[in-house]
Design a protein around this ligand. Structure first.
Ligand code: XUL
Ligand code: MN
Length: 346
């Protein structure tokens, strides 16, 4: 069954270019000014951190937070846009220096749980039932700082609180092996799916897979996706690209390795991704050198590359492919794929 593809990105994907060694290089664009760009670029969905929707939410009373979120919902409606998910931002507050759910200080753990509960309320106000957990600081710089068994149990217990807070929400865990931490407790898709089994509602805990995060773990993103699809847990994807084991580059989809990108498109399309409302998220950033007036091209290009690879993938002769697999002629299969990528007639 072929897939159905609708695209989404987050406001942070229109980015001012700051990195750990230098300041911003492009002016900030206000959220309200970003919204009209979505449709122009061919995107219908918006991904949110809780404070992308409600800035400074720690300074607001619960009723003010909800009113602000409802206002964002009205803006989305006015632009014909849908909220895909809300992710609690648990990595910037001073109370999350040592992690959120796994912080050694119980008061800090409680802050992380309270803040996540609020993210669920914001999601409801925005009209989505999907929560993403990127467990940014749930790890260590030195292993002796935390007990890994206790840490995993604490993450599961925090997820339980959220699952009970709203019996309709689903939680997609975004695994990443490192950065900002040296070691994280949920580094891969397999870990995330295993964690689901430790919660009170495993059927409501799945994954969002980011290509760059899989590559940083030394894994192939399309195989990670295949694993999650087999487990019926692939609830979103963050497609992008990554030049080896470096920092998380969030390069435009397909910019580094077109074949690796093709295989991601192919596995999604082969198994009907999107037919149950799943979105194709593009978690991409413009490279820092990009001038302000050209700093949206990474989004336009990533979507275009996805759609062209989809066409290319569907255009490869399935009969020829099956013959080569049956004949175990993988060298010729290699050439079939390379020919397709090089634009030769298949
Ligand atoms: C971090 C990352 C985040 C998540 C959302 O590497 O990918 O943007 O996607 O919190
Ligand atoms: Mn991501």
């Amino acid at each position: 069954m072929a897939g159905t593809f609708r695209f989404t990105f987050g406001p942070w994907n229109i980015h001012e270019g700051a990195d750990p060694f230098g300041p911003t290089v492009r002016p900030a664009i206000a959220f309200e000014k970003k919204l009209p760009l979505y449709r122009e670029l061919g995107f219908e969905g918006v991904q949110f951190h809780d404070d992308d929707a409600v800035p400074n939410l720690n300074q607001l009373a619960p009723a003010q937070v909800l009113a602000a979120a409802k206002d964002v919902r009205r803006q989305l409606d006015a632009h014909g846009l849908t909220a895909e998910f809300v992710a609690p931002r648990l990595w910037e507050d001073p109370r999350t220096i040592d992690g959120g759910y796994t912080a050694n200080d119980p008061a800090c753990r409680q802050y992380a749980i309270d803040r996540s509960r609020q993210a669920v309320d914001i999601a409801n106000a925005l009209g989505t039932k999907l929560i993403v957990l990127w467990l940014a600081r749930e790890g260590t710089y030195l292993r002796e700082a935390k007990d890994s068994k206790v840490a995993v149990e604490r993450i599961a217990a925090a997820i339980d609180v959220l699952l009970k807070h709203d019996p309709e929400i689903r939680i997609a865990i975004e695994a990443k092996p490192n950065e900002p931490m040296d070691h994280t407790y949920i580094p891969t898709t397999g870990h995330a799916i295993g964690l689901a089994a430790l919660t009170v509602a495993p059927e409501r805990v799945g994954v969002v897979i980011e290509s760059a995060h899989a590559i940083l773990a030394g894994l192939d993103p399309s195989d990670e996706m295949g694993y999650a699809l087999a487990c019926k847990k692939l609830w979103s994807v963050h497609l992008n690209d990554q030049n080896g084991l470096k920092f998380d580059e969030d390069r435009a989809f397909g910019a580094v390795d077109l074949r690796r990108a093709l295989n991601q498109v192919r596995i999604l399309d082969a198994h009907g991704y999107g037919n149950h409302g799943e979105w194709v998220g593009l978690d991409v950033k413009a490279i820092r050198t990009q001038k302000p007036e050209a700093a949206l091209k990474h989004l336009r290009n990533s979507r275009a590359v996805f759609l062209r690879l989809l066409e290319l993938s569907r255009g490869i002769s399935q009969t020829r492919w099956a013959e080569l697999v049956a004949d175990r002629d993988y060298e010729e299969l290699d050439m079939l794929i390379l020919d397709a990528l090089m634009g030769a007639k298949g």
